[in-house]
Design a protein around this ligand. Structure first.
Ligand code: SF4
Ligand code: SF4
Ligand code: FES
Length: 391
């Protein structure tokens, strides 16, 4: 049986002492979990170690910690995999590395040692998104019948065990602690994707107009990598945005809607993203009154980019705006679809043929319209939207 060096970060904010690392050598089989090692040390050597756990089966979500720099569940991380992470081999086992550093999750205050205050951050944000069904009326006498596709679609977000691993490593939350965050936004999608809920437009409008809402995510993918249950919170955030922008046409005051459309139009025109146009286009064009203050406030960034030759004046001002035929073909194909499909990788995998069959389709905002029927209604159904071509 190999020896593992377990380094546990110890900190008690009430003690007045600085945080420090405690080191214990444990002899355990490589397929035992990191939680097994912590509990063994706690039982046999130091009962004062603070760790939260319950099921020890990867179900309750209470043992979230950072293990060798990555968030996850201590109870479903094997010792050999944890040690492999330290070797920089992405969790490969059996690399001869034996040091395992365990520390509390990030973006949440530490209560003691490995225990963080989930109430202060995680649960507060979950409450922010009204995490319960607000049913359509009248409530049926027996039960709502939900289409299979819709149920399969929300299953991914229902798999969340509220462990907080995604919150721990969210880069946007690190910069802006007020950001609603990946777990809560995934929870919001759970109801926006549920045809029984009556408040889709209201939920989306609320999340899109909040400056720390769904447009505050920077697509860093950390939450996708962190989640032990495959919830892929970032994907759910993108879906919230697509539904808000394309189905409800919600023009949010954060400019999220315009920015996303400017992005798509930019690629359509240029083939590759032409950064110099993106910002002004997001605000209605170079000479739009909304764009001028934004351009002025971005001057330091623009000057840095020019100084580092990331962009040249020639490239910025004399761009040919010529997308290749191949790019145009892709856009024609996507634009030519009568109805947008949502690919839920959790359900349907990567196979394109299967994709056509299994794609979990976003239920249409109008419940009278079946999920797989093309729909040509030009009027937005959401709050405050303007009519525009569906994408
Ligand atoms: S993808 Fe968005 S929500 Fe997820 S961790 Fe990054 S910034 Fe946070
Ligand atoms: S989305 Fe995943 S990582 Fe985030 S709280 Fe839920 S289960 Fe944990
Ligand atoms: S103890 Fe329940 S998920 Fe780890």
């Amino acid at each position: 049986m190999p020896d593992y060096t377990l380094r546990i970060r110890r900190y008690n904010p009430h003690s007045g002492e600085a945080a420090h690392w405690d080191e214990h050598v444990v002899e355990l089989p490589p397929r035992n979990s990191v939680l097994d090692a912590i509990l063994m040390v706690k039982a046999e050597r130091d009962g004062s170690i603070g760790i939260r756990c319950s099921c020890q089966q990867g179900i309750c979500g209470s043992c979230g910690v950072r293990i060798n720099g990555r968030p996850g569940l201590a109870c479903n991380t094997h010792l050999e995999v944890a040690a492999g992470r330290r070797a920089g081999l992405g969790g490969s086992a059996d690399v001869g590395e034996t040091v395992i550093e365990v520390e509390p999750m990030g973006n949440m205050p530490v209560i003691r040692d490995l225990i963080v205050d989930m109430d202060a951050v995680h649960w507060k944000k979950i409450r922010r998104v009204t995490p319960w069904l607000m049913p359509k009326q009248p409530v049926p006498e027996r039960e709502y019948i939900v289409p299979h596709d819709s149920m399969a679609d929300v299953t991914q977000t229902m798999a969340c065990i509220q462990c907080g691993a995604c919150v721990s490593d969210c880069l946007s939350m690190e910069v802006d602690p007020g950001f609603i965050g990946p777990a809560a936004l995934a929870k919001a999608y759970r109801f926006v994707g549920d045809p029984r809920d009556d408040q889709h437009a209201e939920r989306l409008w609320d999340l899109s107009r909040d400056p720390q809402g769904m447009y505050d995510c920077t697509h860093c993918f950390n939450c996708v990598q962190a989640c032990p249950k495959g919830v892929a919170p970032m994907d759910q955030i993108m879906r919230l945005r697509r539904i808000a922008g394309s189905d409800f046409e919600l023009r949010d005051p954060n400019n999220g809607y315009r920015h996303e459309h400017a992005f798509v139009d930019n690629i359509k025109r240029n083939g590759l993203l032409h950064e110099a146009d993106l910002l002004p286009d997001s605000y209605g064009g170079k000479f739009h009154p909304r764009a001028v203050p934004e351009l002025i406030s971005s001057l330091p960034t623009i000057i840095t980019a020019l100084a580092r030759r990331k962009v040249t004046p020639r490239k910025a001002l004399l761009h040919p705006h010529k997308a290749s035929k191949e790019v145009k073909r892709i856009f024609d194909k996507v634009d030519g679809r009568k109805q947008r499909f949502e690919l839920n990788l959790y359900i349907s995998g990567y196979d394109e043929a299967e994709e056509q069959m299994d794609m979990a389709h976003i239920p249409h905002p109008d419940p009278s319209i079946p999920a797989h029927e093309p729909h040509d209604d030009p009027e937005p159904k959401g709050a405050g939207g303007e009519s525009e071509r569906r994408r």
